[in-house]
Every structure is written in structure tokens, then in C-alpha cells.
Design a binder for this molecule. Structure first.
Ligand code: ATP
Length: 226
């Protein structure tokens, strides 16, 4: 049991187009293992580093909320959709820091996203605002860019207690269960008449089916929060 004042909040951003069991299991394992107070799932409006999501923001949020329903500690957060525009993590964390001035914040990213950090908007400020938890899939190994290596040397910890004692600044790498599920594969499967049953919660499967969000050509457009 880790002694603490205010348990850290996990900040898990993504397109979640759609959310699936890989995203859910990662958040759940981090919540439990690191004794986080909660993990917030934040569907983005416009992802800065990739193409626009296929499903509209409102529907992606609906799927996230449905997937998390009934699971204490996992929470949907719609602030990036309400803000609109490019969903820069630094802006999101500034907003959250204002709302939770005394609470440790933990930005949760996959290893692939972490390796791309030096291209992120105002990336060095992220460490002033939050800890970074890197969810590493087993067996994953890659060359770490020099700029990040320096940050890792200064900031990496293997002690989860550090995430509770300080409000920001540590990097913690955590190995999570590998579930070979991808949103891209789910969208493709749905577009060709398949059902992503057992890859996503039944409630999400139903929303995909009822809305037809990955089948009709009209759904390739769609505003961030319409
Ligand atoms: P897409 O196939 O559309 O690129 P994605 O899941 O890779 O989907 P996001 O929804 O933006 O994209 O992912 C949010 C976060 O979830 C990212 O940090 C990503 O590394 C992580 N993630 C994606 N797939 C899995 C998985 N199967 N298990 C654990 N984490 C995952």
C-alpha cells in the first residue's frame, strides 16, 4: 500500500475510434497496479499527429462512456472534444492542473507515442505538468532518440511511490498485457460487414452496429463534436 495525500489521476488520451479491450485493459492495469485514484479516458477532437477520426467525437465519447460504465475508477472526460481544434496534450494538462492543483497527474502513452515525443507541441513542458507513464507492450524494444534518452536519465523511476509523492516530473515505464487488438482492424472489419464481437464490449459493438459509423461513406466526414 502506497502512502499518499491525493492519489494520482491517469490521463489517457487517444482517438478511441473505437475504444477496445486493449485500451481498457491498459487503463485498468495501471489503475490497480500503480494505485491511481482514477484513469480518465479523453477522446481527442483533432489528433495532431494523424488523420481525422472516422466516427464523430460525440459518438466516440458515447462508446468510451458505454465501455467504462460500471467500472469504478475508469472515467470518460470530454474536455478535448469541448475545446475543439488540435488536441495538444500540453493544453489539456494545463487545464487539468488548474482543476486539480494539488493532485499528481500521470499522462499515459504507449511506447510508440513516447518515442515520438520530441515532435509533440511544447513537449518539454509536459514534464512540468505531469508524470509520464509509458505503457510498454511485452517484448517491445526500440532505439530511443537522444533527446529522450537525456530525459529518461534524469527522470526515470521504478518506484511507483514517486508518482504519488511528487505532482509531476517522473517517467515510469510499465509493462502491460499484450492484447493484439487495433482500432484500425475493427474499422476495416466493420466496413466489410464483420462484427468486432469480443474485441470491444458488447455495448460498443451495439453502438457501432446501430450507428453504422464505420460503414457509410458519409461517416468519413464529421465534425469533432457533432
Ligand atoms: P488506430 O488503429 O486507429 O491507430 P490506436 O488504438 O492505435 O488506434 P488511439 O486510439 O489513439 O490509437 O490509441 C490510444 C492509446 O492506446 C495509444 O497510446 C496507443 O499506444 C494505445 N493502444 C493502442 N492499441 C493498444 C492495445 N492493443 N493495447 C494497449 N494499448 C493500446
Amino acid at each position: 500500500m502506497i502512502a499518499r495525500a491525493q492519489a494520482p489521476i491517469g490521463v489517457f488520451g487517444g482517438t478511441f475510434d473505437p475504444i477496445h479491450y486493449g485500451h481498457l485493459r491498459t487503463g485498468y492495469e495501471l489503475l490497480k497496479t500503480l494505485e491511481l485514484g482514477e484513469v480518465r479516458y479523453l477522446p481527442c477532437a483533432e489528433p495532431p499527429h494523424r488523420g481525422r477520426p472516422l466516427a464523430p467525437g460525440k459518438l466516440r465519447l458515447e462508446m468510451v462512456s458505454a465501455a467504462l460504465a460500471g467500472q469504478p475508477g475508469l472515467v470518460a472526460d470530454d474536455r478535448e472534444l469541448r475545446r475543439g481544434g488540435p488536441s495538444y496534450s500540453v493544453v489539456t494538462l494545463i487545464d487539468m492542473r488548474r482543476e486539480f492543483p494539488d493532485c499528481p497527474l500521470c499522462l499515459i502513452v504507449g511506447m510508440d507515442a513516447f518515442l515520438g515525443f520530441p515532435a509533440w507541441h511544447r513537449w518539454r513542458e509536459l514534464f512540468e505538468l505531469a508524470h509520464v507513464i509509458v505503457a510498454r507492450r511485452p517484448g517491445w524494444a526500440a532505439e530511443i532518440p537522444a533527446l529522450l534518452k537525456a530525459e529518461l536519465e534524469n527522470r526515470e523511476t521504478g518506484d511507483a511511490g514517486d508518482l504519488h509523492r511528487a505532482k509531476a516530473g517522473f517517467i515510469y515505464i510499465h509493462t502491460v498485457t499484450q492484447l493484439e487488438i487495433s482500432s484500425t482492424a475493427i474499422r476495416k472489419m466493420s466496413a466489410t460487414g464483420g462484427e468486432p464481437r469480443f474485441l470491444v464490449p458488447d455495448s460498443v459493438c451495439e453502438i457501432i452496429k446501430q450507428s453504422g459509423c464505420y460503414t457509410g461513406p458519409s461517416t468519413t466526414k464529421g465534425k469533432a463534436f457533432d
